[in-house]
Write a protein that binds this ligand. Structure first.
Ligand code: NAD
Length: 379
């Protein structure tokens, strides 16, 4: 193109106008961030959580409406805002890391040299708590380590959690909060009640130690005794960005059997079957529908992690084993339909189950379509 190309003459001022708008967008984002920083200061002062779902949904609705009025696609504007808000929460969470609900309190992490123990030890320590560690070889100093503590977090493997609670309980100051983070809650809750007469609380973080930010990470909380005295612990976790979901130990265990045990068992079984059949994974991915790719993402992800953790979850209790047997029985019934060539029964069963899922079907289509679109966009 020559210097005096007529199209350039017309395009250049338009491009400059776009550059100018883009530069204003970045300045506005910077201004927005400064306001967020002011909010962090206030939230820190009042120990308020980073995540405020109602505020975020109001903001999205208002911007969607504005987009529609301005003849922009509301979904496009919502996507941009979801990114801005997540970024903002991560920034806030980072700045809240040193926010302490109980400045100067002492926290003992039992199993503090393990993965989750180290994770929480550094969180508490960054927030200015005094952190002590009691691991497997430190029991001869247990009395001294327990002296004057405000919180004991049991972060040992599931199979020694109850025994550890029983061992530590009698050594704790009466008003110290006792909590555990294991992935079953009923038997540890019973043990805490027996072993410690002070405040106690079950916690289950639904994330692993590689999580970089606590932003929107869920922690199930199951109060055991004296909820009021335990509140500062959950307030601390929400100040770091996590979402606390209150439950009972019974409800937690029932739901987790489905969310973790059944889910991981089924994923393990598919991976195992693929290995037995020596499926050429790479080649299948070249032929894959997006949903297969998504599914294989979940299967591959499981086998890239620590087997002990999954064994712990799947083998956790008799009731979990019973649930998995029921699942296998149900698989057998489904296979019978296939074996008998009973398409009608299959279709009738499909319709019945679809009615049972009800409005969740629409939500599932919406959420999985979002993931599939992202997958296609990126890979
Ligand atoms: P880990 O094996 O990495 O750590 C366990 C620690 O406990 C080790 O340092 C070990 O030496 C110590 N320990 C064992 N027996 C002990 C005893 N009798 N006294 C004191 N210390 C003892 O395990 P982890 O992944 O950190 O898991 C710890 C707990 O967190 C488990 O109950 C698990 O269910 C729960 N959890 C783990 C995850 C995860 O993704 N890793 C997520 C949520 C909850």
């Amino acid at each position: 193109m020559s210097e005096n190309d007529p199209s350039d003459n017309r395009l250049n001022p338009l491009r400059r106008a776009i550059d100018n708008i883009d530069s204003q967008i970045v300045s506005l984002l910077s201004n927005r961030q400064k306001q967020v920083n002011r909010i962090v200061a206030v939230k820190k002062e009042y120990n308020l959580p980073v995540y405020h779902p109602a505020r975020e949904e109001d903001l999205i609705s208002a911007r969607r409406q504005q987009a529609a009025d301005a003849e922009l696609d509301p979904d496009f504007v919502e996507e941009i805002y979801r990114i801005i808000m997540r970024r903002s929460r991560i920034e806030q969470t980072g700045k809240m890391a040193d926010a302490s609900v109980r400045p100067g309190a002492t926290v003992l992490i039992v199993g503090g040299r393990g993965e989750m123990g180290r994770y929480f030890a550094s969180r508490f320590s960054d927030a200015g708590y005094i952190v002590r560690i009691l691991d497997r070889d430190d029991w001869d100093r247990a009395d001294a380590l327990c002296e004057g503590i405000d919180l004991a977090v049991i972060s040992v493997p599931i199979d020694v959690t109850v025994r550890t609670i029983e061992d530590i309980g009698p050594l704790l100051p009466k008003d110290a909060v006792l909590t555990d983070i294991t992935s079953i809650k009923k038997t540890p809750a019973e043990a805490m009640k027996r072993a410690h007469e002070g405040p106690a609380l079950g916690l289950h973080p639904l994330f692993g130690p590689t999580t970089s930010s606590l932003d929107k990470q869920i922690i199930v909380s199951t109060p055991v005794r004296d909820e009021a005295a335990c509140r500062w612990v959950t307030e601390q976790l929400s100040a770091w960005g996590s979402i606390i979901v209150p439950s009972t130990p019974e409800e937690h265990d029932e739901i987790m059997a489905i969310v973790q045990s059944l889910r991981h068992f089924a994923t393990f079984a598919i991976g195992r079957f693929m290995e037995q059949k020596k499926v050429p994974i790479k080649r299948t991915l070249a032929f894959s529908s997006p949903i297969y790719r998504l599914e294989m993402g979940m299967v591959g992800r499981l086998f890239a992690q620590d087997p002990a953790l999954y064994a712990e979850i799947i083998f956790a209790s008799d009731s979990r084993r019973k649930l998995l047997k029921d699942y296998i029985e149900s698989l057998g019934q489904t296979m019978d339909m296939v074996e008998n060539g009973d398409r009608e029964a299959f279709v009738a069963e499909f319709r019945r189950i679809s009615a049972w899922f009800g409005p969740f079907g629409e939500q599932a289509i919406r959420e999985s379509s979002f993931l599939i679109d992202k997958l296609i966009e990126r890979f």
